[in-house]
Design a binder for this molecule. Structure first.
Ligand code: GLN
Length: 492
């Protein structure tokens, strides 16, 4: 484990500044790791060798000149391929965007470049981020490094797998219903969905705009904080971005939980959750209690309907957002006799089955005559979910639950059963509907040796508190095992 690719971002940053190694060395270590693991995992759709080398060389010049201000300077990171990158093909794992070379950077991407981060490449996802396993990619699935017969979760499965094995020091994904936290849970990494509006969505290919948030994947809670700080903040290009004082994300990581009130969500710690996941959750809760937290059971009664509401709201927004992919402006075009026929053929060929299903569902939910019964009803449920959280936060400081009802499942196990797949996000979706922040921390392995994640949720802009509790969870769980593929095959 003396390989540079196993360092945390904090350790890597310290080594860069003492001159123990260079940014180019770090990049080489990540690329060597990718060379060994990619044939097994397929975490990346594109590795930008030239761009990454140039960024590492620039970082080395800044470091040599004494640049000490930018925590991500010289750190190799992986970006989900729905984050628009200037000059680097961006597909959202869809055929409809095959070969699309964007003329601009999204805001998060631009901030990473300004921060001196080294973008290794673009990672695999479920097409347009619709899925929970990364099997819905038009370019083939990503596999879970802990057991390559299983999925890494999704939709940010590529970034999660890359971070888990060290082919990137940190990664970014997007979380609309759980797509950062659930893959974090399934790959033994830390994953964060920030407060809605904390990170600009400009240049994130839109799935469901009222729910989408970019968030980091990392190997430690401290790394996740550094990665989030690298992209958070107001952006005039995103009208929904938060314009105010930012939470001090990494300010209280060592503060502990003495006297904090932690609520265990009863609806997310009972039926439908794998018994091994539940018992790992209870062990962590007991340790938080030992560390001085005041634990209580809290009910969020409307979460029972959250999943159903999400699968109306998210497809409804997606059906509108995806209207722009019509063969005129970007990517694929399949010719036809008329413009209309060209558009119809392009969309029929360009979208995969899950995306097509979502567009149909969403269009139906919004159609005249059904709008109020489906979309309107779902929005009312969303309001109730928000009220449940608000009521809960009058009694407790943070809420906790498992992140995912199960550990990683076998590739193919749920592809023909969309409802079973949708259920993967039962614990994560409520925080997307409320807009509040939530994150997953790895805490244990199940009997099959697969990671289990623990979710910490906080009120809007409560990132400081959330990270403070997450850091205690990390210490309490003492989960230090790394993905097997990384240790066995690379050390060999
Ligand atoms: N799995 C959920 C879905 O398919 C969430 C996806 C996401 O967060 N992007 O919609």
């Amino acid at each position: 484990m003396s390989d540079l690719a196993d360092l945390t971002i904090d350790e890597a940053g310290a080594g860069l500044r003492t001159g123990n190694f260079t940014a180019t060395d770090l990049l080489d270590a990540a690329l060597r790791r990718a060379a060994v693991t990619e044939a097994h995992l397929h975490a990346y759709l594109t590795i930008d060798h030239d761009g990454a080398r140039a960024a590492a060389a620039t970082a080395d010049r800044s470091l040599a000149a004494g640049d000490d201000e930018r925590p991500l300077l010289g750190i190799p990171v992986a970006l989900k391929d729905n984050m628009v990158t200037r000059g680097v093909v961006t597909t959202a794992s869809s055929q409809i965007l095959a070969g699309w070379n964007p003329p601009y950077d999204g805001t998060a991407v631009a901030r990473l470049r300004e921060g001196g981060a080294v973008i290794v490449g673009k990672t695999n996802l479920d097409e347009f981020a619709m899925g929970s396993s990364t099997e819905n990619s038009a370019y083939g699935p990503t596999r879970n490094p802990w057991d390559t017969d299983t999925v890494p979760g999704g939709s940010s499965g590529g970034s999660a797998a890359a971070v888990a094995v060290g082919s990137a020091f940190g990664g970014y994904g997007s979380d609309t219903g759980g797509s950062v936290r659930q893959p974090a849970s399934l790959t033994g990494t830390v994953g964060v969905k920030p407060t809605y509006g904390l990170v600009s969505r400009y240049g994130l290919i839109a799935f469901a705009s009222s729910l989408d948030q970019i968030g980091p994947l990392a190997r430690t809670v401290a790394d996740a904080a550094t990665l989030l700080e690298g992209v958070a903040g107001w952006d005039r290009l995103d009208a929904t971005s938060y314009h105010g004082d930012l939470p001090d994300i990494s300010g209280s990581l060592e503060a502990g939980v003495e006297g904090l009130r932690i609520g265990v969500v009863s609806e997310l710690t009972g039926e439908g959750i794998d018994p091994e996941v539940l018992s790992a959750t209870r062990v962590v809760v007991d340790r938080l209690s030992d560390a001085g937290a005041v634990i209580s059971e809290v009910s969020l009664p409307s979460t029972e309907y959250a999943l159903s509401a999400y699968y109306l709201i998210a497809p409804a927004e997606a059906s509108a957002n995806l209207a722009r992919f019509d063969g005129v402006r970007y990517g694929l075009r399949v010719d036809g006799e008329t413009t209309e026929e060209m558009m119809a053929k392009t969309r029929a060929d360009g979208f995969g089955p899950e995306v097509t299903r979502r567009i149909l569902l969403g269009t139906y939910a919004l159609s005249a005559g059904y709008y109020d019964a489906f979309y309107g009803q779902a929005q009312r449920v969303r309001t109730l979910v928000r009220q449940d959280f608000a009521t809960a936060y009058e009694r407790v400081d943070v809420l906790v639950s498992p992140t995912s009802p199960t550990t990683a499942f076998e590739i193919g196990a749920k592809v023909s059963d969309p409802l079973a797949m949708y259920y993967s996000d039962v614990c994560t979706i409520p925080s997307n509907l409320s807009g509040d922040p939530a994150m997953s921390v790895p805490v244990a392995l199940d009997e099959g040796g697969l990671p289990i994640g623990f979710q910490v949720m906080a009120p809007a802009l409560g990132e400081e508190l959330m990270f403070r509790v997450a850091a205690e969870v990390e210490r309490a769980a003492e989960f230090t095992v790394r993905a097997r593929l990384a240790t066995s095959e690379v050390d060999a």
